[in-house]
Design a protein around this ligand. Structure first.
Ligand code: CUK
Ligand code: CUA
Length: 640
C-alpha cells in the first residue's frame, strides 16, 4: 500500500511537471483567433458588461471586481489587507477592521467569495470571503462595495472550507483546514493523533443588516477539512465538507496523509444541530476573537473582543453527523442545483465520485453503517454512491453547474475543463486550460439558478500567455462560451493576486442599486464638519484635532498654525461634494501612513506626528478639477 502511494506520487509528480511546462512559443494554445469569438467578448466603449465577476485575491488578501465577458477589472475591494489607494486599514476609521486576537493583522490570504442567497438564488445583497491565514470571515456590501464586517473564527487554523452560504443566507460556514489543540495549549506535536480537533463554524447572518455572529462550532475529529458546500433544495439543512489526512499525520503529509484509499465527505445536518443549541445544547468555552463592524452612518469601524463561543460535540447530537467515504484525498465538494448530487473530487485520482443525497438519507434511515470514526457513523461507499465520472483527466479539483443538467470540472494536472452530464456521468466535452486550472466559475454556478452562459477558468500558471514581465507573472483567467454543446475558448485576461474561487452575478441584479454618493446630511461621524463654518482646530493636551472640509478646489482651513513637535495631529476631513465620483485625497509630507481618499459626503481621519519644526505642505491626491494642483495647504510646526 505504502509503495503504491509512492508510485502514485511519482506519477502525479511527473504529470504535474509536464502539464506546467507551458508552451514557450505560445501559438498552439489559442484556437480562439476567429472574429466571432472576438465579438463575443467585445464590449464597445461606453457599453457595460453583462456580468460582474468577483475574484478572490488570494495572497493579496482582497477581492477584485471584473466585468464579463470583457475581462476588464473595475475595482479592487480591500478586505483583509491595508490598501494605500483608499487608505483602508490606514485611516483611523478603518484600522479597527484589521484587529484580531493576535493584534493588528493587516494582511490575509483570501480564497472563496460567495454571494448571499434567498431561496437558493443569488440575491446580490452581500458577498462573503474567508481569510485563510488568520481565520476570519468578511462581509462586503454589494451596494457600496465596501467591507462592512469581519469576524475572527476562534479554534480554527487555516480557514479554508469557507465561506459558503446556506440557501437563505441563514449561515455563512467556515471550516478549519488544520486541526489544532482545542483550546490551544502547549503540547508535543507528535501527539496530534486523537488529540487535535477541527472546528466547523456556523456563523449566523442577521437577515436585515447582515451582521454575523458565531452561532455554534462543531468540534470534529482531527482531520483536515478542505472545502465545503451547502445542500440546496431537497438537501437544504445539510452541509458537506471534504476531508483529507484522515490518517491524522502530523508530518510529511504529502506522503503520510495519502495512505488511506478513501477519506471522507462529512455530512452535517445543521438544522438538527441548530435545534439542539436552540434548546440549550452545547457548551460555552472561553475563546478570544475580534468582531469588527463598519457603520455606514458614522463611516467608522469599531472592534469588539468576544470572550466565548458555543461548541457542540457531534456525539451529543445523534443523527446529525455522518461520514461518506470518498476516494483519494477529495478537494472540492460541490452540490448540484437540484441538491441531489454531492461531488467529491479526489485530487489524486482521475475519476469523480458523485454521491446521492437520497441514497444517503436511505442509508441513514436503514442504519446501514460501515463502522465509525471517533463515534461518528461511516456510511457504506456503495450505498451512497450515485455514479462515477470516468473523466480521463488527472487531478480533479472543482465543479460548477450550468443549470441545464451539465457539470464542469477542473483538472489541475491534466490542465483542462471537462464537461459532463449529471445522471449519465458521460463526458461531453473537454478543453485545455493555459495552464493548470484551480477553480472555475459560472455566474450562479453554485446556486439553484446558474446563469450558464460563460465559464471562467482560474489558472495557477501563466507562462507564455502574456508579454513577459520578469520572473513573476500575474495569474491568468480564461473565459469560455458554454451556451452550446461544446465549450469555446473566447479570451484570456490577467487577474490580480491568486484568485482561488470567484462569484459572478448578472449586472442587472447589482448595478441599479449601486450607491452613488454618501449624503452629507446623513453623515453622523463624530468629527464631521457639516458646513464650512464648523471647520476648526482644537487642542487637547498634546493632541491637535483639525476639523477640515473640502470642496473643489480647496481645504478649509488651509493654513494651520500652533502645532508643535511631539504633538499628535489628527486631520478629520469631510468631503462636501455631493456629485457622483468626485473624491478628494489628502496627504501630508512625512506622514507614516497612506493618503486618505474621501468620497463625497464622507469623513476620514489620519494621524501625523511631526518630528521637525518648519512649514510643511499637504495636498489633494486625487485629480478632482482643473484647479486640483491648487488644492493644498500648510501646517506650521514650532519647536516643542
Ligand atoms: S482552493 Cu485554490 S484551487 Cu483554496 Cu478553493 Cu482549490
Ligand atoms: Cu481635490 Cu484634487
Amino acid at each position: 500500500m505504502k509503495k503504491y502511494t509512492y508510485q502514485l506520487f511519482a506519477l502525479l509528480g511527473s504529470a504535474l511537471m509536464l502539464s506546467s511546462c507551458g508552451n514557450q512559443n505560445g501559438n498552439s494554445s489559442s484556437g480562439a483567433l476567429n472574429s466571432s469569438n472576438a465579438e463575443k467578448v467585445y464590449v464597445a466603449p461606453g457599453e457595460h458588461d453583462e456580468f460582474y465577476a468577483f475574484m478572490s485575491g488570494g495572497y493579496s488578501g482582497n477581492l477584485t471586481v471584473y466585468g464579463l465577458p470583457s475581462g476588464r477589472m473595475f475595482k479592487e475591494i480591500p478586505v483583509f489587507s491595508q490598501f494605500p489607494t483608499s487608505g483602508y486599514g490606514y485611516s483611523e476609521e478603518t484600522k479597527p477592521m484589521l484587529e484580531t486576537s493576535h493584534g493588528f493583522v493587516p494582511w490575509d490570504d483570501s480564497h472563496h467569495p460567495d454571494i448571499s442567497q434567498t431561496n437558493g438564488e443569488l440575491d446580490g445583497r452581500w458577498i462573503f470571503i474567508n481569510g485563510n491565514n488568520t481565520p476570519r470571515i468578511a462581509r462586503i456590501s454589494l451596494t457600496t462595495f465596501e467591507t462592512e464586517e469581519i469576524i475572527e473564527v476562534p479554534n480554527s487554523a487555516g480557514n479554508h472550507s469557507s465561506s459558503f452560504v446556506t440557501e437563505n443566507t441563514e449561515y455563512v460556514v467556515a471550516g478549519t483546514r488544520f486541526s489544532v489543540p482545542i483550546p490551544q495549549r502547549d503540547m508535543p506535536i507528535n501527539e496530534y493523533k486523537g488529540n487535535f480537533q477541527g472546528a466547523l463554524s456556523f456563523i449566523s447572518v442577521d437577515p436585515e443588516h447582515g451582521h454575523m455572529d458565531i452561532k455554534f462550532q462543531i468540534i470534529m475529529p482531527g482531520f483536515n477539512y478542505d472545502l465545503s458546500h451547502p445542500g440546496r433544495g431537497k438537501s437544504h439543512g445539510w452541509f458537506f465538507f471534504t476531508t483529507y489526512n484522515t490518517e491524522e499525520a502530523n508530518s510529511l503529509q504529502e506522503v503520510n496523509s495519502s495512505q488511506n484509499d478513501k477519506d471522507f465527505i462529512a455530512a452535517i445536518n445543521w438544522k438538527m444541530v441548530e435545534e439542539y443549541v436552540n434548546n440549550g445544547g452545547g457548551k460555552k468555552v472561553p475563546a478570544n476573537y475580534a468582531h469588527n463592524l463598519y457603520d455606514e452612518s458614522t463611516h467608522t469601524a469599531t472592534s469588539t473582543m468576544k470572550k466565548e463561543v458555543l461548541t457542540v460535540n457531534p456525539l451529543d447530537v445523534p443523527g446529525a453527523v455522518f461520514f461518506l467515504p470518498t476516494p483519494k484525498s477529495p478537494h472540492g465538494c460541490d452540490v448540484d442545483p437540484s441538491g441531489e448530487y454531492i461531488i467529491g473530487n479526489g485530487k489524486l485520482s482521475a475519476d469523480l465520485t458523485v454521491h446521492s443525497f437520497d441514497n444517503m438519507i436511505a442509508a441513514i434511515e436503514g442504519k446501514k453503517f460501515d463502522g465509525e470514526a471517533y463515534g461518528i457513523p461511516i456510511l457504506k461507499f456503495e450505498d451512497v454512491l450515485a455514479g462515477v465520472v470516468k473523466s480521463g483527466g488527472l487531478g480533479p479539483l472543482h465543479t460548477e453547474f450550468d443549470g441545464k443538467g451539465n457539470a464542469y470540472t477542473t483538472f489541475f494536472i491534466s490542465s483542462e475543463v471537462v464537461k459532463w452530464k449529471l445522471g449519465t456521468w458521460e463526458v461531453i466535452d473537454r478543453k485545455p486550460t493555459y495552464y493548470s486550472v484551480g477553480h472555475l466559475m459560472i455566474p450562479g454556478g453554485n446556486s439553484r439558478k446558474p446563469f450558464g452562459k460563460y465559464v471562467v477558468a482560474l489558472n495557477k500558471i501563466t507562462k507564455d500567455r502574456y508579454l513577459p514581465v520578469g520572473p513573476e507573472m500575474e495569474h491568468s483567467a480564461q473565459i469560455y462560451d458554454i451556451s452550446g454543446e461544446k465549450m469555446e475558448l473566447l479570451y484570456d485576461f490577467p487577474t490580480h493576486g491568486e484568485p482561488h474561487y470567484a462569484a459572478g452575478i448578472p449586472a442587472e441584479l447589482l448595478a441599479p442599486k449601486s450607491k452613488k454618493i454618501y449624503r452629507l446630511d446623513e453623515n453622523k461621524h463624530p468629527y464631521a464638519v457639516l458646513t464650512p463654518d464648523q471647520a476648526r482646530v482644537e487642542r487637547k493636551g498634546n493632541e491637535v484635532h483639525i476639523y477640515m472640509s473640502t470642496i473643489r478646489s480647496h481645504f478649509t482651513p488651509d493654513n494651520i498654525e500652533g502645532v508643535k513637535v511631539g504633538d499628535k495631529v489628527y486631520f478629520h476631513i469631510t468631503n462636501h461634494e455631493q456629485d457622483f465620483d468626485v473624491p478628494h485625497g489628502f496627504a501630508m509630507i512625512g506622514q507614516n501612513t497612506s493618503e486618505l481618499l474621501i468620497m463625497p459626503g464622507q469623513t476620514k481621519s489620519s494621524v501625523w506626528e511631526p518630528k521637525k519644526p518648519g512649514v510643511w505642505p499637504f495636498y489633494c491626491t486625487d485629480f478632482c478639477s482643473a484647479l486640483h494642483q491648487e488644492m493644498q495647504g500648510y501646517v506650521r510646526v514650532s519647536p516643542a
